[in-house]
Design a protein around this ligand. Sequence first.
Ligand SMILES: Nc1ncnc2c1ncn2[C@@H]1O[C@H](COP(=O)(O)OP(=O)(O)OP(=O)(O)O)[C@@H](O)[C@H]1O
Ligand SMILES: [Mg+2]
Length: 590
Amino acid sequence: MTWSSFWKYLRQHWIGLFGAFLSTLAAAYFNVQIPVSIGSITSVITTMVNAGEAITFKEYWERIKEPALRFAFVVASQAAASFATISMLSHVMEGVAAKLRHDLFDAVQRQDIEFFEFHRTGELSKRINQDVQELKSDAKKLLNSGIKAVAQTAGVVQVLYGISPTLTASLGVGVGGIVLIGTVIGKMLKKHSIQANRESSACQNHSYESLSNIKTVRAFSAEDKHLESYDELGEIATSSARKLGYGIGIFQGLTNLALNGLVGGTVILGGSMVGSNQLSGGDLMAFLAAVQMLQKSLATVSQMLTVYMKMKIAGDQVFQFISLEPGRTVAEQDGKRIPHYKLIGNISFDDVDFSYATRPDDPVLKKFNLQMSSHKVIALVGASGNGKSTIASLLARMYDPSGGKITVDGVDIRNLDPKWLRGELIGYVGQEPALFTGTVADNIRYGKPDASDLEIEDAARRANCHHFISSLKDGYFTKVAERGSSLSGGQKQRIAIARAIIKNPEILIFDEATSALDNESEAVVQKAIEENFKNRMVLIIAHRLSTVKKAVQDIIHVVEGGKIVESGNHEELMRKRGVYFNLQNQQSSK
Ligand SMILES: Nc1ncnc2c1ncn2[C@@H]1O[C@H](COP(=O)(O)OP(=O)(O)OP(=O)(O)O)[C@@H](O)[C@H]1O
Ligand SMILES: [Mg+2]
């Protein structure tokens, strides 16, 4: 973590920070004043006791009034300063944390899809939530106790210097040595701390994955297995965290040992100075009392070093991603938008090469060529794993090809504004539609945020889901459970289709979007889509050929091994007795 990047966030709250800084100093000052003012009360009482005469309460109050009022002022001021420090710091740091979370979420969300294939959801959510939290609370501690301890240390050093510059200097050498050793140990601790952090991330990922796939876990009765592997990860994480704890213990122990040694050393060295009349006995006593105060503040400083280290690690996690530029496929750059009156919607894949970043040596498309003209219903068929979904993802610019280009009306999609490309030009219904927490209506409106209730109902009718939505108790206002788990697969798919229909894009991609529907529902949906998108392009991807047969395709492309091997309509392809014919036979013989 660089301080300059953190400072950018703190700077915006500089008034609050400066206020907190001043009140911390004030609190430190009044802290030192409390024993002093108790001392003056005690000395009034001591004088009174030594005089040995009985006095009335009035007389007593006369004598004690001034130091007592002073004491009251000091403690009240200390309380006020503490309150001011803590509330100002909380105000500032909560603001900083909120902005950090916002920026981090924004930066992560704008990464290319590849980023999410390398970083797991559990890890990302830990950074956005836990690490920001850790950074915030550590920074708060540092700013509060840290500044106080440093200020008190400075105050005490001044007192010490006033008593004996020589002794203070030798004390300084000792403290310097301790700091040096502390730094070395701190470095070693940091290594353990990073490791502990990484391992706790792995644990979090594991529990996240298991719980979000609980139905699969349950179906295989695999709870014990998951618990076992969770425990294995947990054991590793616990052992690292323990090692870190031991390390911190050793660090703190050594610091205490060194500080106490310093007090002893001072007595012995001071004693010799008293012996040679360089220092009075009283001064040595005063010096020792002050050293003990110094020791307390330094102990706090050393605790703060540990806090600092933890903060830095959390900060590394946060700032590593916050500073990431948006991914190429997301950034707006100076992307073009093809104006509506010019847009035809012809698509061309020219010599496209592509392999997934997680499997770079395993090309999915090699010199892939495909021309698709607008105003058509086009089908891509082929056996599983042959690259159909990849072609659709490339068209929606989820990824960029490593060679060749994809064009819309002759314009490379890399030169188009990605927001327009995905937000308006292309509608995409994927293989596993995702619904979000909210109502059914919210989920349909996702495709067109300003849609009226009437438009929503209309889209739902076209997607053949109005009927089932109306039969729900709360109709369109029925809450959808997390990720749509309260709906059937086919219901989810139809809501996702309604969402794409309401968006009304120029090019509509259906990647197995009706795979969970029964034949009859599928036919209804297909008919509605064909009517609705007559003058656009609909790209239907299927490996169930019955899906394809039902639609009035203009052309069917058969994909095999990342290439188009056959094209034509159903009859033509059947006549060819090639790949399509074989697929058809395999499926109808099932
Ligand atoms: N995110 C990914 N990372 C790495 N490899 C992938 C990824 N997605 C797909 N692949 C691989 O790319 C190849 C093509 O996959 P694709 O999903 O395009 O096939 P498909 O034709 O849509 O298959 P299906 O009919 O089963 O949906 C497969 O070998 C697959 O293993
Ligand atoms: Mg697919």
